[in-house]
Write a protein that binds this ligand. Structure first.
Ligand code: URA
Length: 437
């Protein structure tokens, strides 16, 4: 069947057969379909919808557009965590070693930051020498020996998604749940998982900002995971303010190592709480714990005893990074950076944070990328001094910009100041875990 016939079917509101979907995804992967034909069909899908069968078939075709890992040689339950992305969202750096220390194998195939959200690969690369470019053979070997490995998505995993996501991004067709589900789950289901925990963010820094949409996305992701035989759960977690204390690649690694060393402070507690919650759910789904209470106790124990930090160190060593940061996380904080506070313009309570604007401000000083091909300054970032509900007086610091020069600070401090809404009324404090699915 020619591309235009398949496009016409969906344009006219008909359902696509499995064969149509297979032809489309193959055309995307091989380059036989032109970008304008792919975009036209995706727009028709966006407008006229995909039913459950079409969505599942699209997911399946996208999974098999590339290689599917074979982790049958790994002698532990294989469980991953995926987050839909946010600002200061650094939990993978704690979850992977903690889950591995509790007996799971965690195949963390991660992405780079794009737009206002950060990416685990950029965070890891702020550790000097850390190599995320593992071959699939080495990745599988490390899973067996260390219990976890951190790698970037190569062109081998779900290649159709890479092309489709770029075209969706350019044609305003990202925010449609069946397309999001096929995109996320094709990458995760190619990892040969026994179980998967999804962290679907909600709020001003999330890709799904409205709570009801986030819950719908979480439900659709879980349903698809289960349909493909993977025990899947989702947590809808708060992204109405940056997670934890720091935003910015090296600073986020610093925060995680401090927490793994037992040297965290109150401002970092949300990072720890969410990491424990998600890791505990992974242990339950992987069959390593029977109840959430016992799972949480296991996670706390491997963190407090230093076993999770030892796993983290082992991973940094085998992936070529400078493991001295595990003893001295201050090595991650560049001494040459200026630390410039930005302050409250009025007295009152911090009522809301435009977290998207915070993420974009960090991009503006080089800490994130606007386009996929942009470089990143791993060192720069932000220390979040206040959280929603805190009382501030006029002139009190809301946060500290870690930047290269005064011009950078001047260029973003007004945007950051405006990102924090101060009111006279005491606001509701958002719960960290908004729902579980
Ligand atoms: N993240 C993805 O990987 N795909 C989407 O479609 C949206 C978010």
């Amino acid at each position: 069947m020619r591309p235009q016939e398949i496009i016409a079917k969906k344009r006219d509101g008909k359902t696509l057969s499995n064969a149509d979907i297979g032809i489309f995804v193959e055309g995307v992967s091989t380059g036989e379909w032109a970008d304008y034909q792919i975009s036209a069909l995706v727009m028709a899908m966006f407008i006229n919808g995909l039913d459950q069968r079409e969505q599942d078939e699209l997911t399946r075709a996208m999974i098999y557009s590339g290689k599917v890992l074979d982790l049958s040689s790994v002698d532990r339950p294989v469980v991953d965590k995926h987050s839909t992305g946010g600002v200061g969202d650094k939990t993978s750096l704690i979850i992977a070693p903690a889950a591995a220390a509790c007996g799971l194998a965690v195949p963390m195939i991660s992405g780079r930051g794009l737009g206002h959200t950060g990416g685990t690969l950029d965070k890891l690369e702020s550790i000097k020498g850390f190599d995320v470019g593992l071959s699939m053979a080495r990745f599988t070997e490390l899973l067996g020996t260390n219990g976890y490995a951190m790698a970037g998505q190569t062109g081998e995993i779900a290649p159709a998604d890479k092309k489709l996501y770029a075209l969706r991004d350019a044609t305003a067709t990202v925010p449609y749940i069946p397309l999001i589900v096929a995109s996320i789950m094709s990458k995760k289901l190619a990892e040969d998982l026994d179980a998967l925990v999804l962290d679907v963010k909600t709020g001003s820094g999330a890709f799904m900002q409205e709570y009801d949409d986030s819950v719908k996305l979480a439900e659709a992701l879980v349903q698809t995971g289960k349909a493909f035989g993977v025990n899947t759960q989702a947590v809808v977690s708060d992204m109405s303010q940056p997670l934890g204390k720091f935003v910015g690649n090296a600073l986020e690694v610093y925060e995680c190592i401090k927490l793994l060393k037992g040297e965290g402070d109150d401002a970092m507690s949300a990072t720890m709480d969410l990491s424990i919650e998600l890791t505990a759910r992974m242990l339950m789904l992987g069959g390593v714990a029977d109840t959430m209470e016992s799972a949480e106790a296991m996670v706390r124990d491997v963190i407090e005893s230093g076993q999770a930090l030892a796993k983290f160190r082992q991973n940094v060593e085998v992936q070529g990074g400078n493991a001295a940061v595990c003893d001295d996380p201050e090595l991650l904080v560049d001494d040459a950076l200026l630390r410039v506070p930005f302050s409250a313009s009025a007295a009152g309570y911090v009522a809301a944070v435009n977290t998207f604007a915070v993420g974009r401000a960090i991009c503006d000083i080089g800490g994130g990328r606007i386009k996929a091909e942009d470089g990143v300054d791993h060192a720069v970032g932000l220390e979040c001094t206040v959280r929603i509900g805190d009382r501030v007086e006029k002139g009190d610091p809301l946060g500290i910009i870690y930047c290269r020069d005064r011009n950078q600070a001047d260029s973003i401090s007004e945007n950051l100041q405006n990102a924090y809404k101060i009111t006279e009324e005491i606001p509701d404090i958002p719960k960290l875990i908004r729902a579980t699915v």
